[in-house]
Ligand binder design. Structure first.
Ligand SMILES: C[S@@+](CC[C@H](N)C(=O)[O-])C[C@H]1O[C@@H](n2cnc3c(N)ncnc32)[C@H](O)[C@@H]1O
Length: 290
């Protein structure tokens, strides 16, 4: 990876370059890229300072450069620093046209497959704190409890993975405030959210138990044995460079069943040699060609 020049390095206001310098920022960029493929552009230099300063302080090492030296040999601390630098913004029913498409085009096929005793597998890759995968499960199970119970009794499995431990903790808790839950359609919310009386609530057990949340760096090995009917990987590839995106798309294509769907973020596109295996069937929605 060739990083952009650091001419645009913005020092943190009031912080001397003996504490945090362009060299420190460049070293952090290198480490983050090696560990997670995330590319930190030069305009993220102040964000790097504000996210890592508490970790530098806790380490007792005093300066960024001493802390960065530690990151080179201390894997656990490096993982903590990389997690702290991820962008985890997400929302229930974000980019809602994906859920409309899933409801009208994909859900009926899944119901048929499950009814025929075949397995159905879904994966939210880069799930952040769970809003995406819970939106997907609510859409799949629907507002009718009887039908939902029938689907839950079949061979249905849902995986949600992320690199960052702190978002997985939140996802497993499945408790959200009023603002976060506001986009959930009322018919689904009344079925799948236990209200806390203050506008917030917790996603209820049948869905929480259905989703397996796991820590997974998309750059590493994927332990999943079965192929997926649907993969959501939205607003994750924007942080990667082109070769990484191409490679990831190829791995997703391999991991889909024929006819399976890949949903990506609104500013992303499928690229690289594997694009030939995927046909565009909606806005940022791809189907694996049989
Ligand atoms: C902006 S969030 C997107 C969340 C959700 N998919 C959505 O669109 O609302 C991106 C997520 O990707 C995760 N991520 C970044 N690099 C990753 C990697 N190499 N492996 C796994 N997850 C990664 C981040 O931790 C973050 O939670």
């Amino acid at each position: 990876m060739k990083h952009e020049a650091l001419d645009q390095f913005v020092p943190f206001p009031g912080i001397s370059e003996f504490v945090y310098s362009a060299r420190d920022f460049a070293a952090v960029r290198e480490l983050v890229y090696e560990s997670s493929a995330n590319v930190l552009p030069p305009n993220k230099s102040t964000l790097v300072y504000s996210r890592l300063a508490p970790l530098v302080r806790n380490s007792g090492l005093g300066t960024f450069s001493a802390y960065i030296e530690r990151l080179k040999t201390d894997n656990a601390e490096r993982h903590k620093a990389v997690c702290a630098l991820t962008t985890n913004h997400t929302a229930f029913f974000r980019e809602d046209h994906h859920f409309d498409h899933f409801l009208s085009e994909v859900r009926p096929q899944m119901i048929r497959k499950l009814g025929a005793g075949q397995p159905v597998r879904l994966w939210s890759a880069g799930s952040s704190s769970g809003e995406e995968v819970f939106s997907l499960c609510m859409t799949l199970l629907g507002p009718d409890k009887v039908e939902a119970r029938r689907l839950l009794a079949q061979d249905l499995a849902v995986l949600a993975t992320d690199l960052a431990d702190h978002v997985l903790v939140k996802a497993k808790r499945a408790t959200y405030d009023a603002d976060a839950l506001a986009p959930v359609p009322p018919a689904l919310r009344s079925q799948w959210v236990r209200e806390d009386g203050q506008g917030g609530g917790t996603v209820v057990d049948p869905i929480r138990e259905l989703v397996r949340f796991k820590a997974l760096n998309l750059m590493g090995k994927w332990p999943m044995k079965k192929a997926f009917d649907v993969i959501f990987c939205r607003n994750v590839m924007i942080y990667f460079d082109q070769p990484t995106k191409d490679n990831l798309v190829a791995r997703f294509a391999d991991q889909l069943v024929p006819g399976g769907h890949l949903y990506i973020g609104h500013s992303e596109r499928v690229s690289g040699p594997a694009a030939a295996q995927l046909e565009l069937v909606g806005k940022t929605i791809y189907r694996k060609i049989r």
